[in-house]
Design a protein around this ligand. Structure first.
Ligand code: ZN
Length: 427
């Protein structure tokens, strides 16, 4: 048994924010009450000055397994997740081979069984990510795929996507879309604007995202399928999504910690470590994304954790792959750049990192209540720390050396302590 004492319990699902204790037996929360006193010899975690919340859920990670395990694998990615307070992640399907078939999906599920956290998997929408032919969505759902995404590659063929949405509606599964029209992407991962101009480059127009989100909002409205726009970056996109929802679309949107924290200016100082798809945009875009978080146009914060090796990232701005890691800094970036700046409350931040992502993928997780599986994060919302090392196999992030607020102290998954601060890591 584990007893978590003296913490401030925040459970966004039922709007609870008060001092309570939590008792865990085996892997289940058996009691949440004020002042639980027990005489038995049990493990006690003193959560004084800490927040006790549902384990965080990240619905957008790349664990690179199978195929690119020199960047990350399911076990190393899980350790990075646990350190960041995450107890559940949803992996994208652009592995090698891609997850468009039962065999690859089963391989990942087997690896996931060994993980210290809950690792869920999406399948692709189209075979080999080619955008031409749909996968067998019904069968892959039956095999355990929690949703479908061609993340990394936009689906240009409207008819294919329309068919996918109709099927997704019937199967009650989400479709998650990476929206960038390639004809408006000259150099990926860098915003087309004053910074790209200063560097003498053509970048990626923000319209690349906006036009596709506009198109797919209309398909979402007509099909009523659950459509999720991944890692949105442009301020206009927020307006389009707000409109799509108003028109009755069953639409959700994700934003990454980096898109609400920093802008295209970071490309000057951090070069390829600030290169990702879609790119960092302007301050005006960043503020509109934050407005979207405030008014719940954007319900989900997801990292797009995208590990790459040092060698790959040091190939120069144009030749290096896009993407940065995010699991170990996400919560702190949210506290530092959203909560501490008074844009949103802590409970709202946690809502976007627990129950909202759970709802999108129909996961029965993201809430603390009697009888629930004990997936819990305990963090100090005031402690400051400097980003320096990682449990991830990769270290590609522009946030190295930054002082952040909010530090994870314990992560408990399925009733077990899977991360404890200040304990030497078993990487
Ligand atoms: Zn993507």
């Amino acid at each position: 048994m584990i007893l978590i004492k003296n913490g401030r319990v925040i459970n966004p699902k039922n709007n609870i924010d008060e001092k309570m204790d939590i008792l865990i037996e085996k892997n289940i929360i058996i009691c949440i009450e004020k002042n639980i006193e027990l005489n038995d010899s049990i493990d006690i975690i003193d959560a004084k000055n800490c927040i006790v919340a549902p384990g965080l859920i990240d619905v957008h990670v790349h664990f690179r397994d199978p195929g690119f395990t020199y960047k990350e694998d399911i076990q190393s990615g899980s350790k990075a997740a646990a350190r960041g307070g995450f107890t559940t992640v949803v992996c994208m399907a652009n592995t090698s081979p891609v997850v468009d078939n039962e065999q690859t999906l089963r391989f990942i599920e087997k690896e996931a069984e060994k993980s210290i956290i809950n690792v869920m998997q999406t399948a692709t929408i189209t075979k080999k990510l080619k955008g031409k032919e749909l996968v067998d969505m019904k069968h892959l759902k039956e095999c355990g795929a929690v949703g479908f995404s061609d993340d990394g590659i936009p689906i240009m063929d409207c008819d294919i996507l329309l068919k996918a949405m109709k099927l997704a509606k019937k199967l009650d599964v989400p479709l998650s879309l990476h929206e960038e029209d390639p004809s408006l992407v000259i150099n990926p991962g860098i915003n087309h604007g004053k910074i790209s101009q200063a560097l003498g480059l053509e970048g990626t127009l923000k319209e690349a995202e906006e036009v596709m989100v506009a198109r797919d909002c209309m398909l979402a409205i007509s099909t009523k399928a659950k459509v999720n726009f991944q890692h949105i970056s442009s301020g206009n996109t927020v307006d389009i999504i707000r409109f799509g929802k108003k028109m009755g679309g069953n639409i959700t949107a994700e934003v990454t910690p980096h898109h609400f924290s920093i802008t295209e200016e970071s490309v000057i100082s951090h070069k390829s470590y600030a290169k990702m798809n879609p790119p960092l945009r302007t301050e005006n875009d960043r503020l509109k994304l934050i407005q979207g978080l405030k008014d719940d146009t954007i319900e989900i914060i997801a990292t797009d954790h995208a590990p790459h090796s040092k060698e790959e990232k040091e190939r120069g701005l144009l030749n290096s792959p896009s993407g940065i890691i995010g699991l170990e800094t996400a919560l702190s970036l949210g506290i530092t750049n959203l909560v501490s700046k008074n844009y949103i409350s802590l409970i709202k931040l946690l809502e976007k990192m627990t129950i909202n992502p759970a709802r999108l993928y129909n996961l029965h997780k993201g809430s603390l209540h009697k009888g629930a599986i004990a997936d819990i994060v305990i963090f100090d919302p005031k402690e400051e720390w400097v980003v320096d090392d990682f449990y991830s196999k990769s270290a590609n992030t522009p946030f190295v050396g930054q002082k952040l607020i909010g530090k994870v102290k314990y992560t408990i998954c399925n009733g077990k302590i899977v991360y404890e601060d200040n304990i030497n890591p078993q990487k």
